[in-house]
Design a binder for this molecule. Structure first.
Ligand code: APR
Length: 231
């Protein structure tokens, strides 16, 4: 059984990481065009550096929740037949030891030089920071609006050949991630949504509720199915 899981900000909400579009979410306090576009970065880099510094710093105060741990259990059972695609730039999935994890929108704990090379970065990042190898300016390794998300070829190939697709904690408003359910659905996968509320996407099954409770239950059911499959 090949399983693809897509996560959004909702899976990290119970860990204390703010989502984008819920009440009090990140887009309530900031204009996307100011802090999440290349133009915004060119216009006012200090504002953008500060926006990501605050979020990078807050990672030290949050922990993975049962939903993150359940997905790590699923990867341990499936290995190469599992792919976890996250829109999130926090490191909560990473801390659960995933190998089959792809950050399609980049990562808070990384910076990128002007050649596109990515380097680990855990501290504040500012205008005076330079790449130690090339000496060029550094930016957050985050995919902004108008930029191409990462790992798209690998993701689309896996989506077209998986048996189960599950979208967890995403509003399904931002493409290309919002189109993943449709790719999997038309490729014949069983499509499941786990979210506080249904988003109206092409899912065979919608489980509404908090990820911290719903995801461990869904993973346990799947593991029972996988055990039965292997006899
Ligand atoms: N359990 C399950 N779902 C939850 C929970 C929870 N505890 N809390 C919130 N949600 C749901 C919300 O109902 C919403 O549908 O998670 C979803 C979060 O939606 P968004 O805030 O839009 O986050 P996301 O879908 O990840 O945004 C996608 O938009 O701004 C860009 O790059 C940014 O990666 C982000 C992308």
């Amino acid at each position: 059984m090949r399983v693809c899981v897509l996560t959004g900000a909702g899976i990290s909400a119970e860990s204390g990481v703010p989502t984008f579009r819920d009440a009090g979410g990140l887009w309530e306090g900031h204009r996307v065009e100011d802090v999440a576009t290349p133009e915004g970065f060119e216009r006012d880099p200090v504002c953008v550096y500060r926006f990501y510094d605050e979020r990078r710093k807050s990672l030290g105060t949050v922990e993975p929740n049962p939903a993150h741990h359940a997905l790590a259990k699923l990867e341990a059972a499936l290995g190469e037949d599992f792919l976890l695609v996250t829109q999130n730039i926090d490191d909560l999935h990473d801390r659960c030891g995933h190998v089959r994890l792809r950050h399609m929108h980049g990562e808070l704990l990384a910076a990128r030089n002007e050649y596109g090379d990515v380097l680990p970065w855990r501290d504040d990042l500012g205008e005076s920071d330079r790449c130690p190898t090339t000496g060029t300016r550094l930016r957050p390794h985050v995919v902004w609006f108008g930029e191409m998300p990462l790992h798209m070829l690998e993701i689309e190939e896996f989506l077209s050949s998986c048996d189960v697709f599950c979208a967890i904690g995403t509003s399904g408003l931002v493409y290309p991630a919002a189109g993943f359910a449709s790719i999997a659905f038309h490729a014949g996968a069983h499509c499941v949504e786990i979210n506080l509320q249904a988003t109206g996407g092409p899912f065979h099954e919608v489980r509404t509720g908090a990820a911290g409770t719903m995801v461990p239950a869904w993973v346990d059911e799947l593991l029972t199915e996988i055990d039965a499959e292997h006899g």
